[in-house]
Write a protein that binds this ligand. Structure first.
Ligand code: NAD
Ligand code: DAU
Length: 337
């Protein structure tokens, strides 16, 4: 089986490459990645010479390259993870989100349609459903799309295109919508690695607004196992929500990490809120549990400790990442000199 995966040098993508090479000893994995600021081949250095793994440097929105890849390699499966993924960046500049998340998905869908694939997995997000109130029921697959940020609007657009290619062209598309991931190799602009790396450097942890926004957290390896099940067993035309039923307010989560690292609460610093900040996400995963037998493998507390330990043990990885392009973005976002 030949799988073309996009965005494999990012956080979830690199975890997914590692996962798939172990889970499927007979699969060949092709990883197409543009290596934006978020793509980091260091995440994949242990598989660089693997006989069943191939890296291709390129843009998913580059129609000529994508057409050549599909015609040269005749892929059986596609998993489209490549995206601009950070909400705050989409608030500062939406343009790259339109190019990668919408245009890139259309180019890929067209190539898959021309060449035929057994399954096209569009990796989406619970953010397409918008924001919940504290007492609302969780997002279901049927919940209407109501995105708030340019990022989530671009992901919702990609979902609609993917669904349209199924309905119009019969492309065997499946869409996954997962909640907030955490784990190794997450770029330290996202909340959990921001908390851990700032605390390890004894720097203040920025808490947006009142800190009471709620996210539903899932360990990245559980997400990867769900994606694998959907690729192999998901029904074309269907949407599968993925989540581990682990809602936490941002303040509670930050306090848990401070406790693990034995650091004082006065590192928490309230800062200006994110414009259009979604109040709460909560995802109902009953469909994937029932249809595909998916379950998270370990508890939230255990996975959070494991994640904190990874950042403690891999300080050179995040120090290198944080010393580069991220610093330029952070300067603009926080208005620092
Ligand atoms: P990430 O930002 O860590 O990685 C994105 C990767 O895509 C990078 O390697 C980058 O170089 C690559 N990329 C970006 N634009 C590209 C382009 N035009 N062509 C080729 N490669 C390109 O993102 P992530 O957090 O790993 O998210 C991966 C996917 O999962 C995204 O589609 C995201 O929307 C989705 N998702 C993320 C989460 C989460 O909590 N992080 C949750 C649900 C869904
Ligand atoms: O829900 C899935 C989504 O989760 C993915 O689709 C996105 O790609 C991913 O970035 C993530 O989006 P969020 O906006 O929820 O994640 P982020 O880590 O940016 O923020 C999580 C929460 O923490 C959110 O309420 C904002 C808050 N926050 C974030 C940062 C970076 C802070 O309070 N301080 C911070 O410094």
């Amino acid at each position: 089986m030949k799988l073309l995966l996009t965005g494999g040098a990012g956080f979830i993508g690199s975890n997914f490459v590692h996962y798939l090479l172990k889970a499927h000893p007979d699969w060949e994995i092709f990883n197409l990645d543009k290596l934006t600021y978020a793509g980091n081949l260091e995440n994949l250095k242990d598989v660089a010479g693997h006989p069943r793994y191939h890296f291709i440097h390129g843009d998913i929105a580059g129609a000529v390259l994508v057409e050549r890849l599909f015609s040269d390699y005749r892929f059986d499966l596609v998993a489209n993870l490549a995206a601009e993924s950070h909400v705050d960046r989409s608030i500062m500049d939406a343009a790259p989100f339109i190019d990668a998340n919408i245009k890139g998905t259309q180019v890929f869908l067209d190539a898959a349609r021309r060449h035929g694939v057994r399954k096209f997995l569009q990796v989406s997000t619970d953010e397409v459903y918008g924001s919940l109130g504290f007492s609302d029921p969780p997002f279901m697959e049927e919940t209407p799309l109501d995105p708030s940020s340019p990022y989530s609007a671009s992901k919702a657009s990609a979902d609609l295109l993917a669904r349209a290619y199924h309905r119009t062209h019969g492309l065997p598309v499946v869409i996954s919508r997962c909640s907030n991931n955490y784990g190794p190799y997450q770029f330290p602009e996202k909340f959990i690695p921001t908390i851990i790396t700032n605390v390890l450097a004894d720097k203040p942890v920025p808490i947006y607004g009142d800190g009471l926004n709620v996210r539903d957290w899932i360990y990245v390896e559980d997400h990867c196992r769900a994606l694998d099940l959907i690729l192999t067993g998901g029904r074309p035309g269907e949407v599968y929500n993925i989540g581990a039923r682990q809602e936490r307010s941002n303040l509670d989560l930050a306090r848990s990490i401070l406790r693990i690292l034995d650091k004082p609460e006065d590192l928490l610093t309230f800062v200006k809120d994110r414009p259009g900040h979604d109040r709460r996400y909560a995802i109902e995963p009953a469909k994937i549990e029932k249809e595909l037998g998916w379950r998270p493998a370990a508890s939230f507390d255990e996975c959070l400790e494991r994640t904190v330990r990874w950042y403690v043990d891999n300080r050179p990885w995040w120090e290198r990442v944080k010393s580069g392009e991220y610093r330029e973005f952070a300067k603009k976002w926080y208005g620092e000199e």
